[in-house]
Design a binder for this molecule. Structure first.
Ligand code: SF4
Length: 222
């Protein structure tokens, strides 16, 4: 128990240092902008579950917190329905920390992060995984799945609602597998315009997330 406490205390302080390094921004990719400061994570860095999504959106950028817009609210509902508290039981982050948006366009539409932006931010994603030391990872959406499997041909349609694994290289340069569950990005549910189809999709997601919850309980640490 004591050993577990010290390990977790270290995780929190290392995470603080990690976040502090972004205080004056980041210039590693084209998403760098003084209006677009990096948004790193929310939730508990000591938790068993690390969820990685795609990118911050408009509301996230305004609030400086990931997953607080409509998709984030739906994610919270899904997790609450399976008795997971997203602030306590999870740490939540994204594949890119800055909002992919065209500031020169008056509509300021979000876009899917580009390959060079994903590549530039990926070392930070890997660092965050090393800091949190999750027992399980949730790849939330196609972009997260393809980044975390390092394979752009990976199809979410074949892995959604299933377990796969994330391979991390540990301090001794040895590959370690972390169980990884794949879920649809909540934004993709919200994009479904036909009411019946959206309800059907929500039922499917709720069902497989309950299965996730049950198998996650068997993978808890400490
Ligand atoms: S998206 Fe990542 S790599 Fe690009 S500027 Fe933001 S923090 Fe840096």
């Amino acid at each position: 128990m004591k050993e577990c406490f010290f390990k977790q205390a270290t995780q929190t302080s290392v995470m603080h240092n990690f976040v502090d390094a972004f205080t004056s921004g980041c210039t590693r990719c084209t998403l760098s902008d003084s209006d677009n400061l990096p948004i790193i994570y929310k939730g508990n860095p000591e938790s068993d579950i690390l969820l990685i999504g795609e990118a911050p959106g408009k509301v996230e950028q305004e609030e400086g917190i990931p997953f607080v817009g409509p998709a984030g609210q739906l994610l919270e509902k899904i997790m609450t329905a399976i008795d997971i508290d997203i602030q306590k039981d999870m740490c939540i982050s994204n594949c890119v920390y800055c909002r992919p948006v065209d500031f020169s366009n008056s509509n300021k539409q979000n876009y899917t992060p580009k390959e060079d932006q994903l590549v530039a931010c990926y070392p930070f994603v890997e660092n965050l995984i090393r800091i949190v030391k999750p027992k399980v990872i949730i790849a939330c959406g196609r972009i997260a799945l393809q980044q975390l499997t390092k394979d752009n041909s990976t199809k979410i349609s074949t892995l959604e609602g299933k377990w796969t694994s994330y391979t991390k290289v540990n301090e001794r340069n040895i590959d370690q597998e972390i169980p990884m569950f794949v879920m649809v990005h909540p934004a993709a549910i919200l994009y479904i315009k036909e009411n019946d189809k959206q309800i059907e999709k929500k039922k499917q997601v709720w069902t497989y997330m309950k299965e996730f919850r049950d198998s996650w309980k068997g993978k808890r640490k400490c």
